[in-house]
Design a protein around this ligand. Structure first.
Ligand SMILES: NC(=O)c1ccc[n+]([C@@H]2O[C@H](COP(=O)([O-])OP(=O)(O)OC[C@H]3O[C@@H](n4cnc5c(N)ncnc54)[C@H](OP(=O)(O)O)[C@@H]3O)[C@@H](O)[C@H]2O)c1
Length: 308
């Protein structure tokens, strides 16, 4: 005779197996995802924040290679002009540079971001990439200076929130496809001590992104165009930002990462980005913080293989 407890454990077990299978299917979707960039409209623009370096630069380059005109936003005029020159040399596209230091956006966010919208008012923006982000410094929250908290939140939160607010309404009215890509981090899920402000801001961005993604599905069904919102939760990308290069198994090239991110637009509402990070995400949902140990064991087993 099967008792109540046996049934309960049986149902919980089945539920967990279904969850694992669904997560696995999600990871497979990323592997086979493909985006048709011609659907975004001829001569449309992609706006990328933090475009002068790292992942933002790599995404700008990938989208330029697909024929998008690019609005490069960053704080360093010299670096942006150099990037603009390099992209124009390689691809027959238009580039607009907007110099903005997001760390001062807290003082008056409405005016700060409205100025960006004003500068792009005649451009048909089809893709918004909320990429800019920065850590607040590795310190316990109790010891973190208030200015540092404000500084990091001004870079990590307001650009994504206000730019999405300003560009989303126009995107919902476009006849062609549109997309918002929010670069968050695997630290949206991993609760890392001495990284409270960064982890929490990325957690906020991920939740924000997932909710707007659901709303976008509803708005798209009402209008003719299609709007996709995607949260990207990468682990370690080889850029200026990353200091811990010993996390080799998860370290990926920003250009590879940009390729995987852009090819997933419209297929999923969240992704680890690069396939390695997608599978880390899968491991994390199954094993939590034990995933790090598993990755290290795996990496040691494959020491001389291409996993590095
Ligand atoms: N690297 C990783 O391992 C990793 C992992 C997970 C998530 N992420 C996320 O990925 C995104 C890109 O990171 P990344 O690694 O490419 O960083 P990065 O190499 O440091 O590049 C950051 C970009 O943002 C710009 N930027 C920084 N502060 C700014 C400010 N106050 N105002 C305007 N622009 C500013 C930088 O401009 P300058 O050229 O002037 O410095 C640069 O163009 C971030 O949101 C980050 O949180 C990164």
């Amino acid at each position: 005779m099967v008792g109540f407890m046996e049934w309960l454990f049986f149902i919980i077990g089945i539920g967990m197996i279904i969850k694992v299978l669904l997560n696995f299917c999600h990871s497979l979707t990323i592997l086979f995802a493909k985006t048709d960039f011609s659907e975004y409209g001829y001569n449309s623009w992609a706006l990328v924040t933090g475009a002068s370096d790292g992942l933002g630069l790599a995404i700008s380059e990938f989208l330029a290679s697909q024929g998008f005109n690019i609005i490069l936003i960053g704080r360093n005029q010299e670096k942006l002009t150099k990037v603009s020159g390099q992209l124009k040399e390689k691809y027959p596209i238009q580039i607009k540079i907007i110099v903005k230091d997001f760390s001062v956006s807290s003082a008056n966010p409405q005016t700060f971001f409205l100025d960006i919208k004003e500068q792009t008012k005649n451009l048909d923006v089809s893709i918004l990439v909320n990429n800019v982000g920065s850590g607040a410094g590795a310190n316990c929250f109790a010891s973190l200076a208030e200015e540092r908290v404000l500084w990091a939140n001004a870079i990590n939160l307001w650009p994504a929130v206000f730019l999405t607010k300003l560009y989303l309404p126009d995107m919902t009215l476009r006849k062609n496809r549109s997309a918002v890509i929010n670069i968050t981090s695997s630290l949206a899920l991993v609760k890392l001590p001495k990284c409270s402000v960064y982890c929490a801001s990325k957690g906020f961005m991920h939740s924000f992104s997932m909710i707007v993604a659901e709303e976008a599905k509803y708005l798209s069904s009402k209008n003719k165009g299609r709007l996709d919102v995607m949260s990207v939760l990468p682990s370690c990308i080889d850029t200026q930002m990353i200091k811990m290069r010993e996390i080799k198994p998860l370290l990926v090239n920003p250009y590879d990462c940009a390729f995987w991110i852009c090819k997933s637009i419209g297929s999923v509402s969240y992704t680890g980005g690069h396939w390695k990070h997608e599978y880390f995400y899968l491991l994390w949902t199954l094993f939590g913080s034990f995933s790090f140990q598993l990755i290290n064991i795996f990496a040691r087993l494959l020491k001389n293989k291409s996993f590095y």
